[in-house]
Design a protein around this ligand. Structure first.
Ligand code: SAH
Ligand code: F3S
Length: 439
């Protein structure tokens, strides 16, 4: 047995990819995962390039691993993920002790690549984009207790002006619907209650069916809700573009679909949305939310925001804050604009100074935090469906679980209900954590 250490940066897709790498390697019967890089014969770095100076971070990490390789020259270093796809051989030019460079679509080839690298000490590189190939080799997802994430589509054709994803993950491609349904049934048989469907734009899902037709996202949601044992369905991320009426309709008749939606708007200014090439206006976004509220009156919405995009004036930023208040977002992920080499926005003049960007981010996050707290206050006295995950870390006499809008709830209860969705009456609230009484 050889030990493998995997370091993962980035989004849920990358976490998912690392869990797949683990499964491909463990399946060979020759490798075991370790949490200690010093014990490892193979070091895998699964990189992300969505923000920050990702390339620099990669070389810092590789520098640390070089020391381990100096101690044991047989150690194999493999670099994968978005930076590997973007940089390819360039990585080897700066760090010639790297043995393997693999792209976001070559995970299943990693065991073979390691074998080759063990036999001849040359650089092995595969950053090609044969996307279906990856899905054809997909193993049933590994579940994490009562919740499991499964990838239903990958890639993105939207080419927002600031974003590297279309270049690092390739074009949108959907997994066959039967594969997805089979995998979820398998997970349900193993006790999974909550499914999180993953993809860069899940609402663009168009999975081929066994009889040569296409299964759209709304249909997929309905089919998943028919699977016995599955009690909650979530998805991330969806895009306001293509968030069509047939998907909104599902909220009317499919209670297993949670009353919570992450629908990133990015900015509240139409001028900035246009520069970002988001292909919708704030009025169109608002219309979607209005329809969603009609379909599911208690729905809560979260979003991503970018502040300090090139050309964002004080007035544009004010429009974003006004929009946050108007939609009354429950929560958000918000970021300072990061110039990504190779994207159209990188040609624009990054004209706002860093201090101003930081201030805008602070104001935005403060505003959202207040709203998160006010949503939590609204939950006081309400009865929430809670998926019980285990014993609370703060008080082992208590259990904890999660509401549909991802609030942690602590309450007294028997360990027999772990893994069930049960009603809890909320009697005390903080911003992200609630306390309640089992009904
Ligand atoms: N498909 C999703 C976005 C996935 S990328 C959508 O349509 O919204 C995840 C988030 O990272 C984005 O929503 C955006 O807020 C942020 N992001 C992407 N590129 C960025 C950049 N260059 N600078 C700052 N934030 C960025
Ligand atoms: Fe990126 Fe826009 Fe696609 S943010 S992932 S290019 S929808």
């Amino acid at each position: 047995m050889k030990y493998i250490y995997i370091k993962t940066w980035g989004c849920q897709m990358n976490e998912y990819d690392s869990s797949m790498i683990t499964r491909y390697l463990e399946k060979t019967g020759e490798y075991l995962i370790t949490q200690n890089p010093e014990k490892a014969a193979i070091l895998v770095l699964n990189t992300c390039s969505i923000r920050e100076k990702a390339q620099e971070k990669v070389f810092h990490q590789l520098g640390r691993w070089k020391k381990l390789k100096n101690q044991n020259p047989d150690v194999i270093i493999a670099v994968g993920g978005c930076v590997a796809t973007q940089e390819g051989k360039e990585i080897f030019k700066r760090a010639n002790y790297v043995n393997i460079i693999f792209g976001t679509q070559s995970l299943h080839k990693l065991p073979q690549m390691i074998k080759e690298s063990e036999q001849n000490k040359k650089l092995i590189i595969d950053i090609s984009f044969p996307q279906l190939d990856k899905f054809n080799h997909a193993l049933p997802a590994k579940n994490n207790g009562y919740t499991a994430s499964i990838s239903i589509m990958e890639g993105c054709n939207k080419y927002c002006s600031f974003c590297v994803v279309p270049y690092t993950r390739g074009k949108e491609i959907s997994r066959p619907s039967d594969d997805v349904l089979f995998e979820i049934s398998h997970l349900a048989d193993n006790g999974v209650k909550e499914i999180n469907l993953l993809g860069q734009n899940v609402n663009a899902y168009q999975g081929p069916t066994f009889n040569g037709k296409i299964c759209f996202f709304s249909e997929l949601l309905r089919l998943i809700s028919e699977i016995d044992g599955i009690q909650r369905i979530r998805f991330t991320t969806s895009n306001p573009l293509e968030f069509s009426d047939d998907i909104i309709e599902v909220y009317k008749d499919t209670p297993k679909l949670v009353s919570f939606l992450h629908l990133p708007v990015q900015s509240g200014s139409n001028k900035i949305l246009k520069l970002m090439k988001r292909s919708y206006t704030i009025e169109e976004y608002e219309k979607i939310i209005e329809k969603l509220i009609l379909a599911r009156p208690n729905i809560q919405i979260s979003s991503d925001f970018i502040v300090g995009f090139p050309g964002e004036s004080k007035e544009d930023f004010k429009q974003t804050i006004d929009f946050i208040k108007k939609i009354n977002f429950d929560m958000s992920y918000s970021f300072i604009y990061s110039n990504r080499p190779g994207t159209p926005a990188s040609e624009m003049k990054d004209d706002i100074d860093l201090q101003e960007k930081k201030e805008r981010l602070y104001i935005l996050q403060n505003c959202i935090n207040q709203q998160t707290m006010s949503w939590s206050r609204r939950m006081l006295g309400s009865i929430q469906s809670v998926l019980v995950e285990g014993a609370s870390e703060q008080n082992c006499m208590k259990l904890y679980g999660k509401t549909e809008n991802n609030r942690i709830v602590n309450f007294y209860g028997s360990s027999k209900i772990i893994g069930q969705c049960i009603p809890v009456k909320i009697n005390k609230v903080h911003t992200h954590v609630l306390h309640g009484k089992l009904l």
